[in-house]
Design a protein around this ligand. Structure first.
Ligand code: OSB
Ligand code: MG
Length: 369
């Protein structure tokens, strides 16, 4: 049981080491919202709102999430006494959508609660595999040579699978060249909804490359056309954007819209919701993995913790801080072992120190509710 005394929001601006391009655009600098929760005993917890800078991946973006967290969600939570972090979701239930904003607050409460109990967050969430498998996501590049160079670096670093972003101008020929250069790597493509059913021949032609999966080829809110596509291609489809709840996962599984599910804390609304999606996947023998949103060390630490749950059976988008940031906001920075794994820390909560001075330096606005 704890009483939420205050919520602080920080917007920090962090330039990416290398731009990140998806089918919906290119990002050079992140505008990340961090959430700090303090309870009546003075304990603290940290979370991250993982929306993008534009409403391209989902409807949420930095300014909408800031306003929603500050004006709507924080007032629903501050001053409330809660039995456990798992119950935070219910306090915000009246608000539809805005799951990333909710997740920032909800995950901060899990960190706080685990710290108060003196246990690592991954254990508190019910994790079983302390060491998780890591993959990388590599954006669309200016040239195929540049992409191949990047893949070579990550393969040598030990990552267990390589995801490349694809789009209609950057698909068959690119994957063909990559496959020729790296015949044995575990390779997958993520289209972020860049195709429609009219592209079925093109998508079927990718079957020849033995991809682990094809992530989100069709509409961001679709699970019907994906079922039609899956029936006509061999490559397993992985759903990302349309799975916002355990119910969505159940329906997609029932319709056979895909064979794999990517779970993102932000997209589903926090750890309690991720646990429900994970359970649905596990009970239906659908492999799941943790998706990334170019997080700072705080969001990354939460991703590590949730990835230890039994249903997260495939390597996720959880990779080293240095791939994104010159200097992360947590200490130590998140590192990946030469065998492509991360072992969740055994300190209380997220298990990484939050660097307040670094956050203050990078912050462009703050508010306390
Ligand atoms: O679709 O998985 C996605 C990044 C931003 C928006 C959407 C996606 C991504 C990624 C994850 O691919 C990148 C990462 O955090 O490593
Ligand atoms: Mg994706």
């Amino acid at each position: 049981m704890f009483i939420i005394k205050s919520i602080e929001l920080f917007e920090i601006n962090l330039p990416l080491v290398h731009f990140f391009e998806t089918s919906f655009g290119r990002t050079y600098e992140r505008r990340i919202i961090l959430v700090r929760i303090e309870d009546a005993d003075g304990a603290e917890g940290w979370g991250e709102i993982t929306c993008g800078e534009v409403p391209g991946y989902s409807e949420e973006w930095t300014d909408s999430a800031w306003a929603t967290a500050e004006k709507i969600l924080a007032p629903m939570v501050v001053g409330k006494s809660v039995d456990s972090a798992a119950g935070i979701w219910d306090l915000m239930k009246r608000v539809r959508g805005h799951r990333m904003a909710k997740s920032g607050i909800e995950t901060a409460c899990w960190d706080l609660e685990a710290k108060k109990l003196g246990v690592p967050l991954w254990r508190h969430l019910g994790g079983v595999n302390r060491t998780i498998e890591c993959g990388v996501s590599i954006g669309i590049q200016d040239s195929i040579e540049q992409l191949i160079d990047k893949i070579a670096v990550e393969a040598v670093a030990g990552y267990r699978r390589i995801k490349i972003k694809i789009a209609p101008h950057w698909d068959y020929e690119v994957i063909k060249r990559v496959r020729a250069a790296f015949p044995d790597i575990q390779l997958m493509g993520d289209a972020n909804s860049a195709y429609t059913l009219a592209d079925i021949d093109k998508l079927r032609s990718l079957d020849e490359f033995d991809l682990m999966m094809l992530e989100q080829p069709l509409g961001f809110d679709d699970i019907i056309d994906h079922a039609k596509l899956q029936a006509q291609i061999k490559t397993p489809i992985c759903l990302d954007e349309p799975i916002r709840s355990a119910d969505d996962a159940r329906k997609a599984i029932e319709l056979r819209s895909g064979k794999i599910i990517n779970i993102k804390n932000g997209r589903v609304g926090g750890h309690a919701q991720s646990k429900l999606v994970e359970q649905t996947c596990r009970e239906n023998n659908i492999p799941a993995w943790c998706g990334g949103m170019l997080e700072s060390g705080i969001g990354r630490a939460h991703n590590i913790a949730i990835s230890t749950l039994a249903g997260y059976t495939m390597p996720g988008d959880v990779s080293a801080s240095k791939r994104y940031w010159h200097e992360d906001i947590v200490e130590p920075a998140i590192e990946v072992s030469p065998d492509g794994t991360i072992t969740a820390p055994d300190g209380p909560g997220i298990g990484f120190q939050v660097r307040r001075e670094r956050i203050n330096r990078a912050a462009s606005r703050k508010v306390k509710i």
